[in-house]
Design a protein around this ligand. Structure first.
Ligand SMILES: C[S@@+](CC[C@H](N)C(=O)[O-])C[C@H]1O[C@@H](n2cnc3c(N)ncnc32)[C@H](O)[C@@H]1O
Length: 373
């Protein structure tokens, strides 16, 4: 499909109001081919992929001084922790090139005992990444209740690893509402993931649990991206007047609102003030920087009726009313890259979730068999 030249300019880093409309995901889905996977035999530091072509990287590099993958270019067998961190930093430089500015990395790393001490690999990677301009948005603890027996008699068995979430621009794609819906929780979920390891002994590798990939994709890989301007479609939400009835404070707030005959306009006024105590309100959010006198009057009435329960309505449930639509009509799928793809857990999960996937590995082991090429 062709478009006037002015529609083909690169995506602005911030959406420009008025340029974006809203529609459902199904409006693009019908024009999309089935999700596809490409596997490249190569080095994670030199993927050869186009710049700005990937939405999320979910990957598990070899741990330092653990498994020998028997390839001269392998990462993980460096003589020192610094050498290993330097290899990972070379990866980050390449991955920043291939990621779109809204992209994220979920890097699964663990530590290594050396001369009877943990050497602090995850912390060293984080420090080097921050020094290079990355933001560490979360250090997710992947906690396991079980695992391989450990022979040491004078220390505890290690039952966790890290998933480091890195970004390099403030406006990265992040679908917290979709993630909450996936987990079935109302609040902002925490950074400890209890996930049992999955073993694939046939491949003698260390595959990811699929659940880690599902969570990372849900959070940070847009379902649809415009092929013309590269902009990810993002969820658009509106606040309702529905509260979480499992909370006693919310139930009391609804009782009081009913008793004092508060109207939907009162509830909207509470939400428009954007603060829990209208008496102290200094910042209003009606688009002009100030609320109208009418909104302030309604909010004050609501405050008088609800007292301390006023703030409950600022937590009202949100509902998805659609997804941003840039109007170019050139749909494509969000893209996951795993540059240490191994047996292909991440790429498989991504395509099951409707994303395109790219895997890179010196020795891909898809379906348990080395892939030549
Ligand atoms: C921990 S495994 C990844 C397992 C993968 N998450 C899975 O689900 O099977 C690490 C992989 O990194 C690959 N590898 C090691 N050094 C590499 C490099 N420099 N570039 C690309 N792949 C490399 C190994 O061949 C191995 O498949």
């Amino acid at each position: 499909m062709s478009h006037p030249a002015e529609l083909r300019r690169p995506a602005p880093t911030r959406p420009i109001l008025g340029e974006v409309s809203i529609s459902g995901l199904d409006t693009w889905e019908k024009d999309l081919p089935a999700p596809k996977t490409n596997v490249i035999v190569g080095d994670a530091r030199r993927t050869g992929l186009a710049a700005n072509s990937v939405d999320v990287i979910v990957t598990s590099p070899p741990y330092w001084q653990k498994r020998d993958y028997g390839h001269p270019d392998q990462i993980g067998q460096e003589a020192t922790p610094d050498g290993f961190v330097s290899s990972i930093m070379d990866c980050l430089t390449e991955w920043r090139r291939v990621l779109r500015p809204t992209g994220s990395i979920f890097l699964n790393v663990g530590d290594t005992y050396f001369k009877r001490s943990l050497v602090g690999i995850p912390g060293r990677i984080e420090a080097a990444a921050v020094d290079s301009g990355w933001s560490i948005r979360n250090r997710i603890i992947w906690a396991k209740t079980g695992g391989m027996p450990e022979p040491a008699r004078n220390r505890l068995a290690v039952r966790h690893e890290y998933i480091i979430h890195l970004t390099y621009k403030p406006n990265y794609y992040y679908d917290l509402a979709g993630y909450r819906e996936y987990l079935g929780v109302a609040a902002n979920p925490g950074d400890v993931w209890m996930i049992e390891p999955e073993r694939d002994m046939s491949a003698h590798l260390a595959p990811f649990p699929r659940e880690i990939v599902r969570r990372a994709v849900t959070l940070a890989c847009p379902p649809q991206v415009c092929a013309a301007c590269g902009r990810a479609r993002t969820r658009v939400e509106e606040r309702t007047d529905q509260l979480d009835e499992s909370r006693p404070q919310a139930r009391r707030a609804m009782e009081l609102a009913h008793l004092h005959k508060l109207t939907p306009a009162h509830i909207r006024a509470i939400q428009a003030t954007g603060v829990s105590d209208v008496g102290k309100a200094t910042k209003f959010q009606n688009g002009t920087g100030r609320n109208s006198a009418e909104v302030q009057r309604l909010a004050a009435e609501a405050k008088a009726a609800l007292g301390g329960y006023f703030r409950e309505f600022t937590f009202a449930k949100r509902e998805t009313v659609g997804w941003t639509d840039c109007g170019h009509g050139e749909p494509s799928r969000g893209v996951l890259l795993d540059p240490f793809v191994g047996t292909g857990t991440a790429t498989r999960v991504a395509t099951e979730m409707g994303r395109d996937a790219i895997g890179v590995d010196l020795k891909p082991m898809l379906n348990g068999h080395p892939r030549l090429g």
